[in-house]
Design a protein around this ligand. Structure first.
Ligand SMILES: *Cc1c(COP(=O)(O)O)cnc(C)c1O
Length: 396
């Protein structure tokens, strides 16, 4: 097959047409699939013949979504899950046994942190956290004979720190570990961890892959022999994605490139505008020259992403007033939506951590995270700037 570009594959990869000749792919809402005869049934169950048997195992809509994502990420195979967290958990649980150890970046999505600290230890799987700005040589010191996996997220949420994927890829290779990268913030359009040596790439498809805040979904991608283990685990434990949600994500992938171009352009402009504002202590955006890992972000990410973090002067109280002063941006627990979203981690998602614990992962009291949507940048920036001003007046 002739090698086509990212955008073209995202649009032209399609489940085989039915006898009805539909143009857009239908939704295959069926629990199971019919065998031709007894021999066909036997051969499919024996994995001698490919085919969909039961939607907990696979389904044409989910297969299409996976095929597109494999082309985008440069991976061989994948398994679709009912949520991003089902993808995170399955991609860990499928590979570890009691006594194993996971080396992870400390800056992880909240529920991933709960899996490593509260859930995996119940089955005797331990972990060591490394801070994001720790040099890779120091990561190596934490590798033990029982270490099985390195789990990271880059850029991190919400501090937008960047980890060196190629150095981590080499470290994993040297010690024969599985490098598992949650690529949710970057999306496959901006960053392909497999290119740098990641063996498993995980996504919350709920975010930019859907892009319109309509559904919850996840995916695990990687080398065929590793996905075989994931598929075994998933097939028997049941985190399968519903075909309807697989259909939504697959359709959304058709517009991922154009959407991400605009998300990133809006976010970069917003970051530049905020950097000039006197009420802001600092702005963090991967492709802003002031980002501490700007060169690395330029090297491994095509564009800077759709998320901007900044610190507003005045701590927790000012942060809360800022949110209350917004007129257009949504206050909601999501990101990667066509609608711009503002969050204040210190008073919400990370409020259970002590200020010291928050500081370790770069979350200061005044930190605000903006998921830049697809509204006109002039309207996004006008709302943010008026809220900065309104939240300040209350102090005076
Ligand atoms: C949202 C998110 C998840 C969890 O995904 P769900 O689809 O909400 O289950 C995992 N990792 C990152 C980085 C996320 O942003």
């Amino acid at each position: 097959m002739e090698k086509k570009k990212f955008e073209t594959n995202a649009i032209r990869t399609q489940t085989e047409r039915s006898p009805h000749g539909e143009h857009a792919v239908p939704i295959y809402t069926t629990s199971s699939f019919v065998f031709d005869d007894a021999e066909d049934a036997r051969a499919q169950f024996a994995s001698e013949k490919e085919g969909d048997i039961y939607t907990r195992y696979s389904n044409p809509n989910n297969n299409e979504m996976i095929a597109k994502l494999c082309q985008m990420e440069g991976t061989e195979d994948g398994f679709a899950t009912a949520s991003g967290m089902a993808a995170m958990f399955t991609s860990i649980a499928a590979f570890v046994s009691s006594g194993d150890h996971i080396l992870a970046s400390r800056s992880l999505f909240g529920s991933t942190h709960q899996i490593l600290t509260q859930i995996m230890p119940k089955w005797g799987v331990t972990h060591t956290y490394v801070d994001v700005n720790t040099p890779i040589e120091e990561w190596e010191q934490h590798i033990r004979p029982e270490t099985k996996m390195i789990f990271v997220e880059t850029p991190s949420n919400p501090a937008l720190d960047i980890l060196d994927l190629s150095a981590l890829g080499q470290l994993a290779e040297k010690h024969q570990l599985i490098l598992n990268v949650d690529n949710c913030f970057a999306t496959p359009y901006l960053q392909n961890p497999a290119e740098f040596g990641a063996h498993i790439v995980t996504h919350s498809a709920t975010k930019f892959l859907d892009g319109q805040g309509r559904t919850i979904a996840g995916v695990i991608l990687g080398k065929a022999e590793l996905i075989e283990k994931v598929r075994f685990f998933g097939r028997h434990t049941g985190p399968a994605l519903s075909p309807f949600n697989g259909w939504i994500i697959s359709k959304s992938l058709e517009t991922l490139a154009v959407r991400m171009d605009r998300h990133c352009a809006n976010a970069l402009r917003m970051a530049e505008i905020l950097e000039e504002n006197e009420e802001i202590n600092w702005v963090k955006y991967p492709h802003l020259p002031s980002h501490p890992q700007y060169a690395l972000a330029k090297k491994q990410m095509k564009l800077g992403g759709g998320i901007v973090s900044f610190e507003i002067k005045g701590g927790v109280e000012r942060g809360r007033r800022f949110l209350d002063s917004l007129k257009m941006l949504s206050l909601t627990a999501n990101l990667g939506d066509s609608r711009s979203i503002a969050t204040h981690p210190a008073s919400t998602t990370h409020s259970k951590l002590s200020p010291e614990e928050r500081a370790v992962v770069g979350i200061t009291d005044g930190l605000i995270r903006i998921s830049c949507g697809l509204e006109h940048i002039d309207d996004i920036s006008a709302d943010i700037l008026q809220a900065i001003e309104a939240s300040n007046e209350i102090i005076a």
